[in-house]
Design a protein around this ligand. Sequence first.
Ligand code: SAH
Length: 233
Amino acid sequence: MSRKTRITFGLGALFTWLSFQPGGDPYAGSRKQMVDEQIRARGIDHAPTLEAMERVPRHRFVPADQQRFAYADRPLPIGYGQTISQPYIVAYMTQIIDPKPHYKVLEIGTGSGYQAAILAEIVDKVYTIEIVPELGRSASRLLNELYDNVSVKIADGYHGWEEAGPFDAIVVTAAAGTIPPPLIEQLKEGGKMIIPVGSPYLTQQLMLVEKRSRRYTTRSLMPVRFVPFRRSE
Ligand code: SAH
C-alpha cells in the first residue's frame, strides 16, 4: 500500500468510525452549512429556531432516494404528491410565531413531520394533523421515536383539534383559499397563526393572523408556493 493510499484509507476509516459513534452523524456538517448559508445569512436570528434547525436530522424525514438532497435549499418530494418545505420556509414560519417553551402549538399538514420536529425542540407540546393516512402514519412513527411531546392525528385539519385547544400558535403548511374559521376559534387570545392563503397551484401569500379581543388581524408577509389544503369528502 502506498503512503497516499494508506492515508486515504486511514481517513476513510476514521470518518466511517466517527459516523457510527453514538451521536455521530455524517450529515452534521451539511446541516451546519444549511443553517449558516440558507437561514442565518437570510436574516433568521431567533436562537431557539436556529438551534432546532441545527439539531433535527432532516435527512431522516425524507425518502431514502432524496437523502443526499436533504440539506439542499429547496422543497423535496415525500410521496403522495406532497413535499417537505424548503429549510428557510420552515425556519421563517417557526420564528414568526415566536415560540416559547411553555407553548402548545397546532400544525396542520404533518407531511414528513419535519416542521413538527422543529417545533417539538422548542415548545412544550405539538399537535399535528395530516390528511394522507400513509404520511400521517410514517411521520407519527418517526416523531414518536425522536420526541415524547408530539401527537399526530389523521384527519382533515380544517376542523382543527378542539379537545386539545386552545393553542398559543397555529402553523398551517398547506395553501388554503380562505382561513378556516375553526382554526381562528381555537387560537388563544394574543395567539398567532401563520398560513399560506391563495389559489392552489399558483403563488399564495403567507399570512400572519393575530387574535386580539376576540377579533383578528391579518398581515401579508411574502409570496410562497405550498401544496393545496385538501378537504375530506
Ligand atoms: N409540514 C410538512 C409539509 C408538508 S406539505 C413538513 O414539514 O414536511 C403539506 C401537507 O399538508 C401534506 O402532507 C398534505 O397531505 C397535508 N394536508 C393538505 N390538506 C390538509 C388538511 N386539510 N388537513 C391536514 N393535512 C392536510
